[in-house]
Write a protein that binds this ligand. Sequence first.
Ligand SMILES: Cc1cc2nc3c(=O)[nH]c(=O)nc-3n(C[C@H](O)[C@H](O)[C@H](O)COP(=O)(O)OP(=O)(O)OC[C@H]3O[C@@H](n4cnc5c(N)ncnc54)[C@H](O)[C@@H]3O)c2cc1C
Length: 387
Amino acid sequence: MRHDTAESFPEIREAVRKLCAQFPGEYWRALDRERAYPTAFVTALTEAGFLSVLIPEEYGGSGLGLSAATAVLEEIHRSGCNGGACHAQMYTMGTVLKHGSQAQKEAYLPKVASGELRLQAFGVTEPGAGTDTTRISTFAKRVGDKYVVRGQKIWISRAEHSDLMVLLVRTTSREEAARSSDGMSVLLVDLRTAVGSGLTIRPVRTMLNHATTELFFDDLEVPAENLVGEEGKGFRYILDGMNAERILIAAECIGDGKFFIDRASAYAREREIFGRKIGENQGVQFPIARAHVQVSAAELMVQKAAAVFEAGQPCGTEANMAKMLASEASWFAADTALQTHGGFGFAEEYDIERKFRETRLYQVAPISTNLILSHVATHVLDMPKSF
Ligand SMILES: Cc1cc2nc3c(=O)[nH]c(=O)nc-3n(C[C@H](O)[C@H](O)[C@H](O)COP(=O)(O)OP(=O)(O)OC[C@H]3O[C@@H](n4cnc5c(N)ncnc54)[C@H](O)[C@@H]3O)c2cc1C
């Protein structure tokens, strides 16, 4: 099935498709039933080097730009697989790469590149703060050469399948900080030693297989040398990483959208009811065509956002707009694919209902649509702030 844009990174795409062909729907369905982690899939991607494309060559990665990473994730999703189990291994290291010390980069990045270390957990969200990150209350108190961490996080994905976690904490309370976004810091937590020594991880079962958890910090000790960058500036470091994350997740949505469109149009061409193909009816054709139009338009925005990111320009607006358009386009495509399949859309063996559940997440996480609209309204269109 041909999609119109001249595709970037054809060799990478071809290699990813070939790898994904070894992980068909049956594989994902079995994991989905058990809410089990796709270890074999993640190992195969790691060994093929696809999760280290963004790590510079001097640290053992491929040194490619964000567009290459979008090609990898788009193809994973277009193949019916799910990158959610490991996409953060690609970009979480960006906080260390951009803001870490030379010693931290040398200690961690080569091992993240080889897969020896999994750095695919990042802990920002808290039950009491939600999207308003400046209200996080997990606090790290400096005591000698350590930080002692107390607090709670929610929705921290892959924490059980990661060796390290980038953790956002307060080191100065919101009340004492000059600005609400000051006084937060980033710590690199070694989960291998933390669990059972001040950190408890509790899985949260959700409507999709996403290995997400809640974390309880009860005087967890973290060596002070694990502070990334300067104390008090962590919010800015995390925002940097969030742009990469939004663009990459937008690429996953484009992949999902293409998956649904491929499946829906194939089914519409074959399924015969009332003595003719259902795809002969414009009532069936048009939503699929509309989904294609929307995914194609969103894809252009994702490409633009990736280009702005790669040029080192501020890209918050483009990253947000790409994520919003792509997540809405993939959701419309999902709904259309489900409708096109009629009752069979609900049957597990068609993989439509699983992907339908998976793609719905992206209008809420990593940032919800309202917050994107609010950003555009106030930062781009200069309308008054509502909060
Ligand atoms: C499966 C899953 C995995 C996740 N993984 C991670 C992870 O690995 N690490 C991590 O740190 N976080 C993670 N998250 C958290 C995710 O980023 C948040 O759920 C998301 O940002 C929304 O925050 P919230 O759930 O607290 O919603 P809230 O902030 O409570 O908002 C609830 C609703 O109200 C709306 N709303 C809130 N304020 C306003 C306003 N002022 N104007 C208009 N509308 C508003 C929001 O748009 C949203 O629809 C994950 C979440 C899920 C569900």
